[in-house]
Design a protein around this ligand. Structure first.
Ligand code: MN
Length: 322
């Protein structure tokens, strides 16, 4: 009987918290059950044990939401720099197991672009992760943030758009009635998806990809629902006066998606049909989601070995130059 070779696995939406940064967040930011918090703060012990147990070779580490993004233009840059420097030390201690995405001070776009460049060229990071609205207020497609995308394009690294808790006005208008009985509605059950899908949609509408035709974007959670909706969005926006005759084409050219926290056969097959296997990257969303269920799901998927290998690590090697 042929022995199946263990696949090489790179997981790219895997979070940690930096103690010094988390101590500076406002009250209520980054709450969560103690077991999750312990794992977020643990860089070496439980983390590597759990990677080994599940068969995950590399985690591309990113700071959990809200990372450095709710600080103002003056405070953010130094905090992001120090946080990225400490992450670089972790990656240096285990270079075969860890890599990193930079935290950016988005409230100061020029400093964010400079920090992205420093993180990629000096620290060896693979791109950056952005968490929801800048300073809790502004969508990242606005032209004031384009210096970040210009630099990402020059450096040829992707920007990963990750959820954070949505704007309070959205929660108030759409979700308030179910906050107490179903608190997940503001986050992974719905609020995260609506917010991050909106970021992705707005990026396309903003025209940033016309200005920066080599810009690459990553969305987690199987594309935040957008692959399923692509035909309808495209159909509506390409009507006369719709303003975007090629939404689907732009999305398919610039976006990659990951499996983080969405181990659904149906969602994956839909995404493969819309984007192709070259645009889908393996992720867990550790420690919010456990490694083993994600690995078990991948192992049993009825797709070709070639496509599976692309998703496990082949696409990450190409997109992140690993
Ligand atoms: Mn995540």
């Amino acid at each position: 009987m042929a022995v199946q070779k263990k696949p090489y696995v790179i997981a790219i939406e895997e979070h940690y918290w930096d103690k010094e940064l988390a101590a500076k967040w406002g009250p209520g930011e980054g709450a969560g059950p103690p077991i999750i918090r312990d794992k977020l703060f643990d860089m070496y012990d439980t983390r590597i044990k759990e990677m080994d147990a599940a068969g995950i070779d590399v985690q591309v580490l990113s700071h959990g939401a809200p990372s450095t993004q709710r600080f103002d233009a003056e405070t953010g840059p130094a905090l992001a720099k120090a946080t990225n420097d400490r992450l670089a030390e972790v990656c240096k201690a285990h270079p075969t197991r860890f890599s990193g995405f930079a935290a950016l001070p988005t409230a100061n776009p020029k400093a964010a672009a400079d920090e992205l460049e420093r993180a990629v060229t000096k620290l060896g990071f693979k791109g950056a992760m952005i968490h929801g609205l800048s300073y809790g207020q502004k969508f990242l497609d606005l032209p004031e943030f384009w210096p970040i995308y210009e630099r990402a394009e020059q450096l040829d690294v992707p920007i990963y758009f990750h959820p954070a808790v949505p704007h309070p006005a959205f929660i108030e208008a759409y979700l308030k009635d179910y906050l107490k009985s179903h608190p997940g509605i503001t986050n992974a059950a719905w609020g995260f998806t609506v917010e991050t899908a909106t970021q992705g949609l707005r990026l396309v509408l903003s025209g940033v990809f016309d200005k920066h035709p080599k810009l690459k974007v990553i969305l987690g959670h199987m594309g935040e629902g957008l692959p399923f909706l692509l035909w309808r969005i495209d159909h509506a926006l390409s009507r006369p006066g719709g303003g975007c005759p090629n939404f689907r084409e732009i999305f398919r050219e610039h976006f990659s998606i990951t499996t983080s926290g969405n181990f659904s056969d149906a969602a994956l097959l839909c995404s493969m049909m819309e984007l192709g296997a070259d645009r889908i990257l393996f992720s867990i969303d550790y420690p919010y989601v456990e490694n083993q269920p994600g690995m078990d799901w991948m192992a049993h998927l009825a797709i070709s070995t070639e496509d599976k290998d692309k998703i496990y690590s082949g696409n990450a090697k190409r997109l992140l130059k690993m």
